[in-house]
Design a binder for this molecule. Structure first.
Ligand SMILES: *[C@@H]1O[C@H](CO)[C@@H](O)[C@H](O)[C@H]1NC(C)=O
Ligand SMILES: *[C@@H]1O[C@H](CO)[C@@H](O)[C@H](O)[C@H]1NC(C)=O
Ligand SMILES: *[C@@H]1O[C@H](CO)[C@@H](O)[C@H](O)[C@H]1NC(C)=O
Length: 448
């Protein structure tokens, strides 16, 4: 269980300050990813209406931060803990590669005694809080969704309003602002970044950001490809790469997962020699997402008959496959899903549970066996590498002694297929944005 305490904000540790200039001393930042669990419902923070963003050139270097698994609080999400403001206020954000905006729940209260501590960012209680003016270039160029209100540049206090929505219709709106953020890295350093752009969300609505699945989170840390994301804002100081390992949070005690901005210099366990690569593909219609290309799917080494066009991105930008840390289950284009489901149904001979399990098409009653062995699943990717998840990544316990195939179909017309965070567990994934490639390895997660 993760908890934060307001009384523990003392700055006893040395603080490194990064402003506009990159320093050579820190090559990466490693942050723990916290996890909270419950029922692995389909959570998705993927952006719904992606818009093209202008490109900006920045400095480069590395940042590594611990990632917190969202499973204990019931969401199947991974969280990052950070501090915003002066004095710093602790907040917990969902780590999401499927969106760009970093935002936190905000309150403009003056007398905040009615606010439960650490549920919102109290902007008036920070001396470094700076809402951008709507006429500033930061607002006009960086905010993908400026609020429909017209900007009155003759008015002194005309804040940069944003509005940002997610795949399930959840919405956050507020002021696009600047602050100082502080992290505890795994090496017990405190790192501070000035001029950090984020959304101060005064109005937040919708199931995935207010309901139980948000689970104690105070906002979302977008790690997408757009210029306002965490990986873009900090990544350019750290070589424009980031990586993470999402560990199986059902293990006891749950292992720590990490987010690394930049790359750890030492190839301690020879990960580099064992790493597989596949190109990160670009979809100009959805520049937020990290697309990868699936060539074929195998169940028990038998190639399924799926038309390759099922995986492609069409002229309208529909289809394709993204890798998303903010979505729990894997969602596949209908024709591919049907083939995979059929192949599993043919091979899995265990009895069905007495009642069907809502949201899953293949569930089994495992009360009869000691340990169940499921058919092997593998994805052949563009470039020839093969992603072979262990069975625990695609068969999950949904209730006592009932296990289900952790995939759902999507209608290909309406969105990409999504490799969710359960499917990614136990692998190191490295998003190399400059080289446009995704590295993955089953041997990369053991690094302390
Ligand atoms: C960071 O470390 C300090 C000192 O150990 C601690 O007081 C503080 O709560 C930590 N902050 C977070 C966000 O973990
Ligand atoms: C803040 O609100 C509380 C509760 O309503 C009240 O008791 C307190 O006097 C207020 N403080 C200030 C400074 O207004
Ligand atoms: C699973 O099978 C066992 C043995 O037949 C039975 O007692 C139990 O109720 C079943 N569980 C479910 C959820 O169907």
């Amino acid at each position: 269980m993760f908890s934060l305490s307001l009384s523990s904000l003392s700055f006893l540790l040395p603080i490194l300050i990064y402003a506009a200039v990159a320093t050579a001393s820190t090559q990466f930042i490693k942050l723990p990813l916290l996890h909270k669990t419950q029922h692995p419902n389909q959570n998705s923070f993927s952006r719904s209406h992606p818009h093209p963003h202008p490109h900006h050139h920045r400095h480069r270097q590395t940042l590594k931060s611990p990632v917190i698994s969202g499973a204990f609080a019931g969401s199947g999400q991974y969280f990052i803990s950070l501090h915003i403001g002066s004095p710093p206020q602790p907040l917990l954000l969902v780590a999401d590669t499927g969106s760009d905006l970093i935002w936190v729940k905000c309150s403009a209260c003056r007398n905040c005694s009615l606010h439960s501590p650490r549920s919102t960012f109290l902007s008036r209680h920070s001396s470094s809080f700076y809402p951008h003016h709507c006429f500033q270039s930061t607002c006009r160029n960086l905010v993908p969704h400026p609020h429909p209100n017209t900007c009155n540049h003759t008015k002194l206090h005309s804040p940069c309003r944003y509005e940002y929505s997610y795949a399930d219709g959840s919405l956050t709106s507020g002021f696009f602002s600047q602050e100082i953020i502080t992290f505890n890295t795994t090496t017990a350093q405190q790192l501070q970044f000035k001029d950090f752009n984020f959304g101060c969300g005064f109005h937040n609505s919708g199931p995935s950001i207010t309901g139980g699945s948000f689970n104690g989170a105070n906002g979302v840390m977008g790690l997408g490809r757009g210029p306002i994301s965490f990986s873009s804002q900090l990544g350019r100081r750290f070589g424009n790469k980031f990586s993470y390992c999402l560990m199986d949070y059902t293990l006891s005690p749950p292992p720590t997962s990490f987010l690394v901005i930049g790359s750890e210099q030492n190839d301690v366990v020879g990960v580099n020699s064992k790493i597989n690569f596949t190109p990160l593909l670009m979809n100009p219609i959805s520049p937020t997402f990290y697309y990868i290309g699936i060539k074929s799917v195998y169940v028990d080494d038998v190639k399924l008959r799926i038309n390759p066009s099922v995986w492609s991105i069409d002229e309208l930008g529909n289809g394709g496959t993204i890798i998303d840390s903010g979505t729990t289950l894997t969602l596949l284009a209908e024709p591919a899903y049907r083939e995979i489901l059929t192949a599993f149904k043919r091979r899995v001979k265990l009895p069905s549970p007495a009642e069907p399990i809502l949201g899953f098409d293949l569930c089994v009653n495992v009360s009869g066996g000691l340990s169940t062995s499921y058919p092997k699943l593998s994805f052949e990717l563009v470039g020839g590498s093969v992603f072979r998840p262990p069975q625990g990544n695609y068969f999950i316990e949904t209730s006592d002694l009932v296990e289900c195939l952790a995939m759902q179909p999507i209608n290909q017309e309406s969105g990409p297929s999504v490799i969710g965070n359960l499917m990614q567990q136990g692998f190191l994934f490295e998003f190399d944005r400059d080289r446009s490639r995704l590295g993955f390895s089953r041997h990369g997660c053991a690094i302390p």
